[in-house]
Design a binder for this molecule. Structure first.
Ligand code: NZQ
Ligand code: ZN
Length: 386
């Protein structure tokens, strides 16, 4: 096992009857800005519930945060916060609203040239505003981690940043509110959480059996519960299980002491930036290609995953690996998530563009052992072309 440090200060409130505790988490002196997306919080009733709980507070609102949230929209919120001396941010919605809120929280105190440099140049965040979360979409794990992914529309860049200042003070995880999700978002959530586990598990063995079994437990639960919640998002128990899986998949726990890969995400973000393909769908495209191209480098963990998660044991190693990749693709496709670039109308010119964008950004070696080079990225995407 590798050395590690683990810290996660996010207080979780999970379930049906939790929202009344929100008053204990925000002081009356705090001026609260509620941030949300394009209106799901009005349709599922969460907005009214929050307003009722916080009726004695001074409240401001900022709506219109788009999926794959933009720097451009976020900077409008920064202005409102400064003008009104707001000092607490409450993100209500899915990963996009929460990630934008994390960026806004850091941008308010940023004192350099342009807060986008936090993402572009990796400038250190020295301070962020405090924030809280009400989660209505299980997928990203952002409700309990320190990451944020933002898009700059003008340059079509989609980049991530990470700072302990981004940890929410608290997160309310509300499976009931997620009952109103369209099936497409439920499928996205299952696949995003699945691939988060894979990025931290399917690397190379470091003798960390507990982390391996945590990871396999989440994968098996997603395979069991995913189809139930996909066929009926209002199934509370199945949604609750999906939500907790998604949070546990990316709150730092399963990353302790093991390598992380994250190349599926890095390549996937390019597909979203250039073609606006939903985040999870980009992962479902890239992952099978990456395994096909790097099957020797990932052989041991692919065999372990195939055996423990999909119960594949017969045949040669190569046959077992092929079956394992096929089973994973079948799982994604059973959720109506397509896995080929051609399914999304993406052609060769995009592959060329992604390779040169990564090179220009200096991303010439990445993945768990820096094995993913631009040549490998090209092979991965070409493998998924038709
Ligand atoms: O905008 P509203 O009206 O809220 O509608 C949203 C949006 O259209 C809707 N929605 C959310 N909750 C709902 C609902 N509709 C009905 N009922 C509800 N209860 O769902 C749509 C998608 O929302 P979004 O927040 O974009 O989805 P998700 O949670 O999947 O977040 C995706 C973003 O997170 C980033 C992705 O790159 C992408 O930008 N990620 C963030 C990570 C992190 N911070 O750790 C890790 C991930 O790998 C990922 O990269
Ligand atoms: Zn993801």
């Amino acid at each position: 096992m590798k050395d590690f440090e683990f810290y996660n200060p996010v207080r979780i409130f999970f379930g049906k009857d939790q929202l009344d505790k929100i008053k204990s988490q925000i002081s009356r002196e705090e001026k609260v800005l509620i941030l949300y997306g394009s209106g799901s919080i009005f349709r599922n009733g969460i907005y009214n519930n929050i307003k009722e709980e916080l009726k004695d507070y001074e409240i401001f609102e900022f709506g219109g945060i788009e999926p794959n949230p933009s720097y451009e929209t976020a900077m409008k919120a920064v202005k409102i916060i400064k003008e009104n001396k707001i000092n607490f941010l409450l993100a209500v919605g899915g990963g996009s609203v929460i990630d934008a809120t994390k960026f806004i929280a850091a941008a308010v105190f940023y004192d350099g040239v342009d807060p986008w440099n936090i993402l572009l140049k990796g400038e250190t965040v020295k301070k962020s505003m405090p924030l809280g979360v009400i989660l209505t979409l299980p997928a990203t794990g952002t409700e309990m981690n320190m990451n944020s992914v933002m898009t700059r529309k003008s340059t079509q860049d989609k980049l991530a940043f990470s700072t302990p200042f981004s940890y929410p003070r608290f997160s309310f995880l509300l499976p009931e509110a997620a009952g109103s999700l369209p099936k497409r978002q439920v499928a996205n959530g299952i696949v995003d959480a699945f691939v988060h586990v894979i990025e931290q598990y399917l690397t190379y063995p470091v003798n960390a059996p507990l982390q391996d079994r945590f990871a396999e437990a989440i994968l098996l639960t997603l395979i069991e519960e995913g189809p139930k919640v996909y066929s009926n998002p209002a199934d509370y128990d199945a949604m609750a299980n999906l939500m907790w899986c998604a949070t546990m998949a990316l709150n730092g726990l399963i990353q302790c002491g093991v390598p992380g890969d994250w190349s599926v995400h890095s390549i996937g973000h390019e597909l979203t930036a250039l073609h606006d393909i939903d985040h999870a769908r980009t992962l479902a495209i890239v992952l099978p290609g990456l395994w096909t191209v790097l099957k020797n480098e990932k052989r041991e963990k692919l065999l372990q995953y195939g055996e423990r998660v999909w119960k594949i044991s017969g045949g040669t190693e190569d046959e077992r690996i092929t079956k394992t990749i096929d089973k994973t693709v079948e799982f994604f496709e059973s959720l109506d998530i397509k896995t080929r670039l051609s399914d999304y109308g993406v052609k060769q010119d995009t592959i060329d563009k992604i390779v040169s964008r990564l090179e220009n950004r200096g991303m010439i070696l990445f993945g768990d052992r820096q094995l993913v080079t631009p040549v490998i990225v090209r092979k991965i995407l070409e493998c998924q072309k038709n």
